[in-house]
Design a protein around this ligand. Sequence first.
Ligand SMILES: [Zn+2]
Length: 147
Amino acid sequence: MIKLSSQPEIIYLQPKNHEPTLKFWEGLKNRKLLAPRCGDCGEIFFPPRGFCPKCLSENIEWVELSGKGKLHSWTEIHYLTPKPYILGVIDLAEGIGRMISRIEAEHKELKIDMPMKVDFIDVSDKLTLFIWRPDKVDSKHQKSESF
Ligand SMILES: [Zn+2]
């Protein structure tokens, strides 16, 4: 197990062998953020599930997302933890939904709508999780364009 700078020691539970989400977990292991796409109507959706929310088809394919997004909101968790950590909501760049995730950043550097990028952490031999960090390259790029 690894410990992140703003993360207290946490026991991670292994996800169940839930067929509709297996590809998602395999993707994380390979440093890819995957989402299901309907093989019939083309709808891309998140979170993963075994059927299309638009047409109810079970013909599911997988596509890799950009790993980019914007910070919708966040909160700092102090309750029942020896060290505060940040939990945030990310609007996915593809416009298909939001992810709730731990944010690896200092509270004071966060701003609503700031660019974020996904990152991956191996918490055990079998389990890789995603977190989000401020996308500082994109922030600088946007700043230089606006001045
Ligand atoms: Zn569909």
